[in-house]
Design a protein around this ligand. Structure first.
Ligand code: CIR
Length: 255
């Protein structure tokens, strides 16, 4: 059961962040509105929110999931793979000081939380343009010291996704939502897979929060499929975050 989440509001210069989405510039007022609806959905799912103020020094910092990995047994402050984002972790480290077991990723390792997918007590760690082998190994060692096994999924050759979770979501009940190009991955062989239609790949980054599944609005096939599988969904407008290359999971740290 999840009980808390940390979120960080988009800053006024949010559009100055990194993106290769080519969907145009985000509209700030709209991003704020979508972020507010996202926060309200987390609260509706029973989470208590810690809301951090926007930080103009780091236009990508609203994608707070990339700055840490939080588990039931400890937390890890990451070392984001994009140089412009490395400083984001200073603030997050302060907020996570409450965790008695707090570890960090160090040079030469890089790791973005978006590359980490927790599946029950196992962690899939994506090796990507942002997370390198050293970062993945450091995370695996920290997790192992807390009794969690992990495995690596190399997504460097998978087109169209920035992070592992851009193309993967865990719904509980042994079920993964995946994009087609990850569906043959050996690591996922023992799971029930829901493969998203090629037109709906952005929506693969859905998030189970207690009894509900948060899913991006505008992807009716996946939403219908999730309904058929018995999940109660909350559809959220994500257009402004999508323009900046981010999905649903990256807007919060949930624990
Ligand atoms: C970036 O390129 O770092 C941000 N504009 C988007 C990060 C999205 N994070 C995520 O999917 N976990």
């Amino acid at each position: 059961m999840l009980s808390r989440a940390v979120v960080l509001s988009p800053s006024a210069n949010f559009s100055k962040g990194l993106t290769s989405a080519m969907l145009g510039a985000p509209v700030y007022a709209q991003a704020l509105k979508q972020h507010e609806a996202y926060c309200a959905a987390l609260e509706e799912c029973g989470l208590q929110l810690l809301r951090l103020e926007a930080d103009e020094r780091y236009p990508d910092s609203t994608f707070i999931e990339d700055a840490a990995v939080i588990t039931k047994r400890g937390a890890i402050v990451t070392r984001p793979g994009a140089p412009s984002r490395i400083g984001e972790v200073v603030r997050v480290r302060k907020e996570l000081a409450q965790f008695s077991t707090l570890s960090s990723i160090h040079h030469p390792g890089t790791l973005d939380g978006g590359d980490v997918c927790e599946v029950e007590n196992h962690f899939f760690i994506g090796i990507s343009a942002r997370t390198n082998e050293s970062g993945a190994k450091q995370l695996a060692e920290a997790l192992a010291s807390w009794g969690y096994p992990s495995s690596f999924v190399d997504i460097r050759d998978v087109k169209g996704i920035l992070h592992l979770k851009s193309g993967l979501g865990y719904l509980g009940d042994n079920r993964l939502v995946v994009i087609d190009s990850l569906s043959n991955c050996e690591e996922f062989r023992t799971y029930d897979l829901s493969v998203v239609n090629w037109q709906e790949e952005y929506a693969a980054n859905c998030v189970r929060v207690n009894e509900r599944v948060l899913v991006a609005a505008g992807y009716p096939r996946l939403e219908k499929r999730l309904g058929e599988l018995g999940y109660q969904t909350i559809a959220l407008e994500m257009t402004e975050f999508q323009k900046m290359g981010g999905g649903l999971s990256c807007l919060s740290l949930r624990y």
